[in-house]
Design a protein around this ligand. Structure first.
Ligand SMILES: [Fe+2]
Ligand SMILES: [Fe+2]
Length: 184
């Protein structure tokens, strides 16, 4: 089944995020075994998710959700919850970033604290994406109009994806390499 281009792009971003969350999970697994994880890789992932998902993907969704809620009363509750989760994810991501930065700088930071912060972040994100895919995207595709999609797109700064886009930023070079070696 072919999707509306906006929905196809939306799903593709979720796929990218899930790929990164998987990489992050692998590092958390390393932490569980008592080894030292790759903090730099973890930070790259969080930086990307903070910079692109929180600043671009989520504001666009918030506008799409707002419009969808006007058209579908039955979705209002889930849309409101997802909107709230965007704030929680941003805050949890910032918290995790601070802990990882401290760990990378060899400050004393408890591994248990990082484990909890990272595991919470992963669960939150994973469930969030799954709920959007299952409960929101099909309804959005059915009910949103071209002008809704345009408004959603314009709700965030016109910024290309700094990691998966056509012109990736140099600061994510290592992360890109890691992703392509995973995909191979
Ligand atoms: Fe979202
Ligand atoms: Fe999303």
């Amino acid at each position: 089944m072919s999707h509306h281009p906006a929905v196809a792009a939306w799903r593709l971003e979720h796929e990218y995020f899930n790929r990164l969350l998987h990489l992050l999970q692998e590092q958390v697994d390393v932490l569980y075994t008592g080894e030292t994880p790759n903090y730099e890789l973890m930070l790259d992932i969080i930086d990307y998710l903070r910079d692109y998902a929180d600043q671009v993907h989520h504001p666009r969704e918030d506008e799409a959700f707002r419009r969808l809620a006007q058209r579908s009363a039955q979705h209002r509750k889930v849309l409101q919850r997802l909107h709230q989760e965007h704030r929680v994810i941003a805050k949890a991501g910032e918290n995790l970033r601070e802990l990882l930065q401290q760990a990378e700088n060899d400050s004393v930071v408890s591994r248990a604290e990082i484990e909890v912060a990272a595991a919470t972040y992963l669960v939150y994100w994973g469930n969030h994406i799954a709920r959007e895919e299952e409960e929101v995207l099909p309804a959005a595709e059915k009910l949103l109009t071209e002008s809704d999609w345009a408004a959603a797109r314009d709700a965030a700064p016109a910024m290309t994806d700094p990691l998966f886009g056509s012109d990736p930023q140099a600061r994510f070079r290592n992360l890109r390499r890691r992703i392509s070696s995973e995909a191979a």
